[in-house]
Design a binder for this molecule. Structure first.
Ligand code: FAD
Length: 465
């Protein structure tokens, strides 16, 4: 046991199960302090996430109390300046888990060098992934650009691996404090009261994540392959915000799923695989975080139209399935995957607005926002990503609605103005010429673009590629 204090740098790891770095700290030190660095500018355009982080800190603090470990939140302007100050002390060792984003991995390298030069003990552990981001490679050692062979290789590699040593978090005898000027987690909440609505839908704790996983495996995984396409039913796991913030480790998901032999397991784990693939992509091809993965899209003539962009953001496009999705996003900080694809395609192809605008809006509103999945998801939709949808595939919002929300239940839930519109017209309400039921242009907007014309325009514009 080291006499020094063990510090654990908490990022997206709000869990005690499979928190490798925290386990190391408690196994090596009698006295352990967990610290979280609140860097305000990191959340400037990620407002919804402030709520999740604030609530996660609150819950995790309670959890760590049971282990006699304090969680201290420190407001910083830059990680670098904070660590320069910290490194003036020498009474600690430090531990953290990897976050698989280039900005964090680059910082890990920088910090490692400084810690080594000061002779301070540290350990960086595996983060929330099955494989490390740079482990899955083609036989010629280059990174994969296509999902299917990536996942085949990734699964095999993971199965062959000796499992990471799963040490438990140990309860410490005495709780101590380490830092001065500690911030209360409530100070992280966004200024706007928008987040109040989230309280009804989400409970950001590790217990809740495990419960959600168990319920999903027990009653929904069997039908996952089909049910995942229908936004009016809860057919998916809804685990994404918990995974993003590390309330659950994907290894736990893998293990729990593989304990049972049910239909749906393999499809579900393939989706976890997409997350791994996206992390591999952004680390191997970091240029895609700033622009198009595929450079030939750099010359694409995107349109700038604030009026249309705002109609899209507010869910006032006149296309019910698009509007339902955008309003679901704003209301609960989450949107169904099928609908993410539909609203994305609508923005990029029907409105010809740069995918980056959509990426920015999602970043601000999603509780599950993560750099890898969001940037890759948007570039998949636009057709400019690795292994993306072909650019000439244009989702028809009317037919998508009729196929995946046949009864119009999803639309009626999020777009209550349409609640009396008969099923036949629910995805094309402008064709219903009955003003007693709905006045198009007054109760609900006229379509902001005509589908057929927008489709033709997009196909023409995309010829440049
Ligand atoms: C334009 C666009 C933007 C997106 N932005 C994000 C984002 O910021 N954060 C995010 O986590 N996902 C994003 N996705 C992927 C996907 O929509 C969500 O992960 C999924 O809807 C989350 O719901 P769930 O947990 O019920 O998923 P489930 O179907 O239960 O899947 C389980 C888990 O697998 C992962 N996963 C599922 N689908 C995908 C996918 N297509 N790509 C990558 N990982 C996936 C997620 O971690 C998810 O929680 C985006 C998709 C699109 C089309």
């Amino acid at each position: 046991m080291s006499k020094k204090i063990g510090l654990f740098w908490l990022k997206d790891d709000f869990r005690v199960i499979k928190n490798y770095a925290l386990a190391e700290a408690t196994n090596n030190h009698d006295q352990v302090v967990v610290f979280y660095l609140y860097k305000k500018d990191l959340f400037e355009n990620q407002i919804a996430q402030k709520w999740w982080v604030s609530r996660s800190l609150e819950e995790f603090k309670k959890k760590l109390d049971e282990f006699n470990i304090s969680l201290e939140i420190i407001k910083v302007n830059s990680y670098q300046v904070f660590f320069e100050e910290l490194l003036k002390k020498d009474n600690f060792s430090i531990y953290w888990n990897k976050t698989y984003e280039p900005k964090y991995l680059n910082f890990d390298e920088l910090l490692s060098k400084k810690l080594t030069s000061k002779n301070i003990e540290f350990k960086i552990c595996k983060g929330n992934a099955l494989n490390e981001h740079n482990e899955v490679k083609k036989s010629d050692s280059t990174p994969f650009k296509v999902f299917t062979p990536f996942w085949r290789t990734a699964e095999k590699l993971y199965l062959e691996k000796v499992p990471t040593k799963n040490r438990s978090i140990l309860k410490r005898k005495k709780k101590i404090t380490f830092f001065k000027n500690i911030l209360n987690e409530k100070k992280i909440l966004p200024d706007k009261k928008w987040y109040i609505k989230f309280e009804k839908f989400w409970q950001p704790s590790e217990e809740k994540a495990l419960l959600e996983l168990k319920n999903f495996i027990k009653s929904r995984i069997e039908n996952y392959s089909d049910a995942r396409n229908f936004p009016s039913i809860i057919g998916t796991s809804k685990l994404s915000p918990f995974i993003k913030h590390g309330q659950i480790h994907v290894e736990t998901i893998w293990e729990e799923c593989n304990k049972i032999k049910k239909k749906g397991v393999s499809k579900f784990l393939t989706e976890i695989g997409w997350r791994e693939f996206n992390h591999s992509l952004i680390n191997n091809f970091p240029h895609m975080l700033k622009g198009n993965y595929s450079k030939k899209f750099d010359k694409f003539p995107w349109e700038k139209n604030q009026r249309l962009l705002l109609a899209w953001k507010k869910g006032l496009t006149g296309y019910p399935i698009v509007d339902a999705g955008m309003r679901e996003l704003y209301s609960i900080g989450w949107m169904h995957n099928r609908v993410r694809m539909i609203v994305g395609s609508f923005l990029v192809k029907h409105l010809l607005i740069n995918w980056k605008e959509g990426e920015k809006h999602f970043k601000n509103c999603l509780l599950d926002y993560n750099e890898a999945n969001n940037v890759s998801g948007w570039q998949w939709v636009a057709g400019c990503g690795a292994d993306a949808a072909p650019y000439f595939r244009i989702f028809n919002p009317i037919l998508q609605g009729e196929k995946f929300d046949k009864e119009g239940e999803y639309v009626k839930k999020w777009v209550p103005e349409l609640k009396n519109v008969p099923k036949k017209f629910i995805h094309r309400p402008w064709e219903l010429k009955d003003e007693k039921i709905i006045k198009i242009g007054k109760d609900y907007p006229k379509p902001i673009v005509i589908h057929e014309k927008a489709r033709e325009r997009a196909l023409k514009a995309f010829q440049i590629i």
